[in-house]
Unconditional design. Structure first.
Ligand code: FMN
Length: 430
C-alpha cells in the first residue's frame, strides 16, 4: 500500500497553494497596483498587497472604475467630511486598488490589525476579490506596534491566534480563501518554535517568516539558523512555509527553498528597484534592470498610466527604479505630472503614451491648478474656524459623540495605508 503523502491543510476553492512559489512581498508604497502588475509580468507567482490597517478599509465603498477596469475601495477622509473647505474638490482617497483580471487568484491582501472583530470586519470588504488574507505580525515600526499591531503581536501570541482563528472561521470558510500570517524571528529558537506551533494550529494555510528579529535593521544580514526548524514545524502541521529576507532573484529563491527545505520564497527590497528579479533564467533572468533599466521603467509607466496610479506613488517608484547616477534621474525628480515625466524620460515616441499621460493628468487634476501658497492660506483659514465649531459642540452635551477618534501618524515611506482621523474603536483608542 502506498504510504500517505505529507500532511497538507486543504487549500480552499478560491485560495492558492503557496508551495513552489516565488512571491512579491507586502510593501507599503512599493506594493501599489502598478508595482504588483509589473512583478507579475516579470514572473512573480503571487503578489502581496501593502499592509492596510483594518480601520482604513472599513467604511470604504467598492466601485469598478470604468476607465481603468480596476476595483477601487475609496472614501473621503474624515477630516474632509467634517470640513469640506479643506479640499473643495472633495476627491475621495483610493485606499486599495485591485486589477480583477490580472490579479485574479494571485493577490493576497495584508491586514494590519490588533483586534479580531475589526480584522473580520475589514477582511469582509475585500475577501471576495482576493485569494487570501495575510495578517502582519512583523512590522517593527512604532506606528504599527503602538497600536498593538505588527511585531507587537509577537508578544501577544494569544491575541494573534485569536485573530487568525476568527479570520479562518468567518472569512476563510465563508469566502473559501486562505488565511496566513507573516512573522519575524524571536531571539531564541525555542521561543520561535513555540510561537510557530501555536500559529500553525489555528487553521492557517501559510506562514511567512522574515528571517530577522524585531530589533534588526533592514540592512543587517538575515539570520537563517532557525529557518529549517520553522519549515519543519510548518510541514508537520501541513502549513506552507514562505521564507523571506535577502532573497534577490528567482534562481536564488529556488536554491534557498531547497537548501532550507521550505515551501516558497518572498522578495521585497530587490523587487522595489528591479521587478525583473522574478524572471526565470530561461527568459533572461534578473539582470534586465542592470543593463536595461529603461525597458523596465517603460513597462512600469505603461502600467501606472493604465491604472491611473497616484502621481506621488509613481514618482516614488521611479525614484527607486531609475539608477541615481543617470541624468534621467535628476530630470524625473523635477517633473510635476505624467506628461512631464514622459518627456523627461524621452518616451514621447512610445506609441500613445504621451496622449494617455495627458488624459491621466487631466483626470487626476495634476499639476494642481491652485498654487501651494494659496492652498495653504485657504486650509489655514478653514482650520481656524474649526475650534469655534468644537466649542459649540461642547455646549450641547446631548449630541451624539459616541465615535472616538485617533490622530494617526502621517504615512511615511513604509507606513501602512491609513487615513488621518479615522474612527477608532475603544480597543484601539489611544
Ligand atoms: C518599502 C517597504 C515597505 C514594507 N512594507 C511592509 C508591509 O506593508 N508589510 C509587511 O509585512 N512588511 C513590509 N515590509 C517588509 C518586507 O515585506 C520584508 O519582510 C522585508 O523587507 C525583508 O525582505 P527583503 O530582505 O527581501 O527586503 C516592507 C519593506 C519595505 C522595504
Amino acid at each position: 500500500m502506498a504510504s500517505p503523502g505529507p500532511k497538507r491543510v486543504p487549500i480552499p476553492k478560491n485560495g492558492v497553494d503557496y508551495r513552489g512559489k516565488v512571491v512579491l512581498a507586502p510593501m507599503v508604497r512599493s506594493g501599489e497596483l502598478p508595482s504588483r502588475l509589473l512583478a507579475l509580468k516579470y514572473g512573480a507567482d503571487l503578489v502581496w498587497g501593502p499592509e492596510t490597517i483594518d480601520r482604513a478599509i472599513i467604511g470604504t465603498t467598492r466601485r469598478l472604475n470604468p476607465n481603468t477596469f480596476t476595483i477601487e475601495f475609496s472614501r473621503l477622509p474624515t477630516s474632509k467630511i467634517q470640513n469640506p473647505t479643506l479640499d473643495p474638490s472633495n476627491r475621495e482617497s483610493v485606499i486599495y486598488r485591485i486589477h480583477p483580471e490580472l490579479e485574479h487568484k494571485r493577490l493576497i491582501y495584508q491586514i494590519g490589525t490588533a483586534n479580531p472583530g475589526l480584522a473580520v470586519q475589514a477582511a469582509k470588504i475585500v475577501a471576495a476579490d482576493v485569494a487570501g488574507i495575510d495578517v502582519n505580525a512583523g512590522c517593527p515600526k512604532p506606528f504599527s506596534t503602538a497600536g498593538g499591531m505588527g511585531a507587537a503581536l509577537l508578544k501577544t501570541p494569544d491575541l494573534l491566534c485569536s485573530i487568525l482563528r476568527k479570520l479562518v472561521e468567518e472569512i476563510g470558510k465563508e469566502y473559501e480563501i486562505g488565511i496566513s500570517v507573516k512573522i519575524r524571528l524571536l531571539e531564541k529558537s525555542e521561543d520561535t518554535e513555540a510561537l510557530v506551533r501555536k500559529l500553525v494550529a489555528t487553521g492557517i494555510t501559510g506562514l511567512t517568516v522574515h528571517c530577522r528579529t524585531t530589533p534588526m535593521r533592514p540592512r543587517e544580514r538575515v539570520i537563517r539558523q532557525q529557518l529549517r526548524m520553522v519549515g519543519d514545524v510548518c510541514r508537520e502541521a501541513g502549513v506552507a512555509c514562505i521564507m523571506n529576507g535577502d532573497v534577490t532573484s528567482r534562481t536564488e529563491a529556488l536554491q534557498l527553498i531547497k537548501e532550507y527545505n521550505v515551501d516558497a520564497a518572498m522578495i521585497a527590497t530587490e523587487a522595489e528597484k528591479n521587478p525583473s528579479c522574478f524572471r526565470p533564467d530561461a527568459e533572461g533572468g534578473p539582470d534586465e534592470w542592470k543593463s536595461m533599466w529603461k525597458t523596465v521603467v517603460t513597462e512600469y509607466m505603461r502600467l501606472a498610466l493604465q491604472v491611473e496610479n497616484r502621481w506621488g506613488n509613481t514618482k516614488y517608484l521611479l525614484n527607486q527604479m531609475i539608477p541615481g547616477k543617470e541624468t534621467y534621474h535628476a530630470a524625473m525628480t523635477r517633473c510635476k505630472c505624467y506628461a512631464d515625466v514622459i518627456k523627461a524620460l524621452d518616451l514621447q515616441d512610445v506609441e500613445g503614451m504621451m496622449d494617455q499621460a495627458r488624459v491621466v493628468d487631466e483626470r487626476l487634476g495634476i499639476p494642481p491648478k491652485e498654487s501651494r501658497a494659496s492652498k495653504r492660506a485657504r486650509v489655514n483659514e478653514a482650520k481656524a474656524e474649526v475650534p469655534a465649531k468644537k466649542e459649540k459642540h461642547k455646549s450641547q452635551p446631548n449630541e451624539q459623540h459616541s465615535v472616538k477618534r485617533v490622530k494617526l501618524p502621517e504615512p511615511s515611506t513604509d507606513a501602512p495605508i491609513i487615513l488621518q482621523d479615522v474612527p477608532a474603536t475603544a480597543a484601539l483608542s489611544v
